[in-house]
Design a protein around this ligand. Structure first.
Ligand code: URA
Length: 422
């Protein structure tokens, strides 16, 4: 096979054959294609896209580049969730144990955060002793015993994506719907789950800035999943304003614990319950998820999961004692609370990383003391900055220039869940 033919075909808007696609994914994974050629080819895909057939071959080749977990021994219906990421998005934390508390098995393989979104693993690591590296045997055992784990994907799972995602990051080819869809779905399908609910975020605090692009991504992923035999549904949810009040690793764990104890912010509860309803439905469990938050069974499952993974659920979640407040400069209603500015500011405080190798602060972050629709008095604190490293504060505050808007009249409340794609 002459690799230049593949580059010319895609560059000029042609269609790749199954053989060409499988050949590329195999050689790319084995580092047998020079970087300049792989970069040029992926950039051609970025601009020309992949049609449905090409995308199915592409995703299948990525799945088969590594191991496929067999969860059939678990003896429970398997269903997982994936979010495309947003500011304050801690939903996996209450959601996964909630769904498991009804008898489903939730194999949550997560990632670390990059850029302004925190990763689920970073949040879980703010829990004392929690181990995010389970072996395949430990995963199966925990699904049988507890019904849920939250862990890192092993190196054997979709290695083509592991390489391609960081490669795309370096060459500037991340924001491409077929490449994002195949990247996410190859990992989820290889994980062995039989059902999947996607939370595709739309807005300035998300990957997809507008609903039309979010819908295209959701439809593409739902189609890939269902074609591969994984029953897949997507909700498109708004990410113009932060989800909940807490943004930052340990802060988000504490807010998740509130939700697991039947409290917490209304928007977090609404998305958790909507996703739980979809997951239970896919798992064939006809129950109202709200009861699991109210009667403590979701929290019990959370504690079992933390213990099973070496953590101590009774130990307090770490919190910074160095705080700074950003106050209202006049009285009125909060009519805009900008997810992008708040995510960027929390990231600059140390809650997120710029490079894969960077470490993150457990305690740095922001609490939104007031949310859109709330009335604030002049000089009332609106944002509470949690500081781990004082040298970062000025740079973090600079990001908050347009973080909120105060008006004499309230604005219509934003919808949290925008669309459902199945
Ligand atoms: N998340 C992924 O896993 N892959 C992408 O390409 C983008 C977001």
């Amino acid at each position: 096979m002459n690799f230049q033919d593949l580059i010319y075909t895609k560059r000029d808007g042609g269609i790749l054959s199954e053989t060409q696609i499988r050949w590329f994914i195999e050689k790319f994974t084995k580092n047998e294609i020079p970087d300049e050629q792989a970069g040029s080819f992926l950039m051609a895909v970025f601009f020309q896209g992949l049609n449905k057939e090409e995308l199915n071959f592409w995703t299948d080749a990525m799945i088969k580049s590594g191991e496929i977990l067999d969860l059939s021994k678990v003896g429970k219906p398997t269903v997982d969730k994936h979010s495309t990421g947003g500011v304050g998005d801690k939903i996996s934390l209450p959601l996964c144990p909630l769904v498991a508390s009804f008898g489903a098995a939730v194999p949550q393989l997560s990632g670390r955060g990059l850029g302004t979104f925190g990763g689920t693993l970073d949040k879980m690591e703010s829990i004392s002793g929690f181990n995010i590296s389970l072996t395949n045997e430990q995963m199966i055992k925990q699904l049988k015993d507890v019904g849920v784990f939250i862990t890192a994907a092993g190196v054997g799972l979709a290695p083509a994506d592991r390489k391609m995602y960081s490669f795309r990051d370096v060459i500037g080819a991340v924001e491409c719907i077929p490449l994002i869809a195949s990247s996410i779905m190859s990992k989820k399908i290889a994980e062995g789950t039989k059902g999947l609910v996607l939370d595709v975020k739309a807005g300035r605090g998300a990957f997809m800035k507008d609903v039309n692009r979010a819908r295209q991504l959701a439809e593409t992923m739902v189609e890939i999943g269902n074609k591969a035999g994984v029953k897949t549904v997507a909700l498109i949810t708004q990410m113009e304003t932060p989800l909940g009040k807490a943004v930052g690793n340990a802060l988000e764990v504490s807010e998740s614990l509130d939700v697991l104890n039947g409290k917490g912010p209304q928007d977090v509860i609404e998305i958790t319950l909507a996703l739980a309803k979809e997951m239970l439905n896919i798992a064939g469990i006809n129950k109202n998820p709200e009861t699991g938050l109210k009667d403590g069974s979701a929290y019990e499952t959370w504690k079992k999961m933390i213990k099973a993974q070496g953590g101590d659920p009774e130990k307090p979640i770490p919190v910074s004692n160095n705080k700074k407040f950003i106050k209202a400069n006049k009285s009125g209603y909060i009519t805009d609370l900008n997810a992008y500015s708040i995510g960027l500011s929390a990231w600059r405080l140390g809650a997120g990383r710029a490079k894969k190798e960077d470490s993150v602060s457990k305690t740095a972050g922001i609490i939104c003391l007031a949310k859109e629709g709330d009335f604030v008095e002049k000089d009332q604190p609106v944002l509470e900055l949690h500081i781990d490293d004082v040298a970062r504060v000025d740079f973090a505050i600079e990001a908050l220039g347009n973080a909120f808007e105060i008006s004499p009249e309230p604005k219509e409340k934003r919808k949290v869940i925008l669309e459902r794609i199945s």
